[in-house]
Design a protein around this ligand. Sequence first.
Ligand code: HEM
Length: 539
Amino acid sequence: AALDPADSTPLKASLAPERGLQTGEYLTSGQGVRLPDTDHSLKAGTRGPTLMEDFHLREKITHFDHERIPERVVHARGTGAYGVFTAYGNAASITRAGFLAEKNKQTEVFVRFSTVLGSRGSADTVRDTRGFATKFYTDEGNFDLVGNNMPVFFIQDGIKFPDLIHAAKWHPDREIPQAQTAHDTFWDFVSLHTEATHHVMWAMSDRAIPRSYRTMEGFGVHTFRLVNAAGETALVKFHWKPVAGVHSLAWEEAQIAAGVDPDFHRRDLTDSIDAGLFFEYELGVQVMPDTPDETFQGIDLLDPTKIVPEELAPVQPIGKLVLNRNTDNFHAETEQIAFHMGNLVPGIEVTNDPLLQARLFSYLDTQLSRLGGPNFNQLPINRPHAPVNDNLRDGMHQSVVHRGIAPYLPTSLGNGAAPEATPPDKGAYVHLPKPVKGEKIRENPASYADHYSQAALFYHSLSPVEQEHMVEAFTFELGKCYETPIRERMLTVLAKVDAGLTAKVAAGLGLPAPQDTTPAEVVPSPALAQVTDRVWPIT
Ligand code: HEM
């Protein structure tokens, strides 16, 4: 086995005191030397100077000087909790992933909720997308579902992510505004890059100011491919449905909460769990047939700016999550957790959605610098609960004492190497042998060109009061733009979504409504006519 036996017992992600740490009766240095005094530095006489020789002073200050790690490049502000996921078992017909397929199977999870744009210390109740990231510590390895509380994203291709975030975070000259979409660069980008329109509509809706993480939906956003025990595949979208229903704050409530208690959501989560009032969600899936064109009812399933309306494919519950345990140490657990789209288990595969494909690279890459090298999966919060037998060795912050001389395969020595690779029928992750073909090209499929029809669908699905809130949100946020041409350009984008909405926002901004209010042509998927299945019930 690759690990020191003392480290290879399936460690729970909770932080039980580790061997040799924080267990003695007396204050010691980091080297275990007992200390007589931690209040006075060692000086030459009572009036100094302080002596370099004072190893306790130097160790204490040096360690303190290095206490902070870089905050996440996005989603820096967050809070987390442990929970238990229980499978209903009905998902066995679509996936062989044991934690979903096995009836009543319980799996420990950690969930981190976050805002996207603000820094670590920013307020909770700002207008923003929220992250809803879940790590399932399954028997077959870790599976991470790294989702948001909105079902679509601003961009169709991950290569635009640095542009989006450079535009949406603070202005680089003065680092303002914190955690708000009310600024020139955000509106400049989304008015020029109109595939963002659908997400912008969600961001200007009440969904962007959740009342509580208890009353917030979560979405995997991308389409995933599930594989069952018989090797059959289906395309699915994942949904978290809060048992307490979906509720938002009114704008005025959000403003007051941000001032009175910037930790409003964080406190709500942790106080509720302390009081035994656990947060509950059902995991559901929309199941679509795995057709060669990867569309459903004319909707391109690889386009992350599109939803599949629930009327066309209902969300079918497959399990329940209860968040029931608070963290012991924010840094060790919430801050050091590392989610990654590539943490997959057998029965769950990715699709070719170009946003998802870029994410497969980005998370691990950023964590190499955020968490200081390649060994962050050894941190207690990231350790799988499944046995780990790898040939990964050394590197910064290596904490495992690997034994033997042959960490490679094949080997005839059998001395320190991981065991042989797992046969496919013994639970190995075998990628579906999907054919890959195509000319190298930097271009989107034609179906990605429709930027407005689902934005309009969303607006028209809102109740009158929700629509009124959206008018107020656009008026307020665009009203914070210094550049009038940007406001005007955004009005021309809105005009393609809804003329009434545009007229009200224009009036609020004191600008004329754009003349051309013809909605852009909806580009139909070529495969629309061929798709006949409407619903695929799972049993
Ligand atoms: C962090 C969701 C798109 C790069 C996060 C987090 C969530 C999330 C929930 C916070 C994770 C945590 O709590 O630790 C999403 C969703 C996306 C999306 C739902 C689109 C559907 C992207 C894209 C990229 C990206 C396209 C880059 C190509 C990152 C990075 C982090 C992050 C670098 C910080 C991770 C860390 O430091 O641990 N994202 N994201 N995201 N995301 Fe995304």
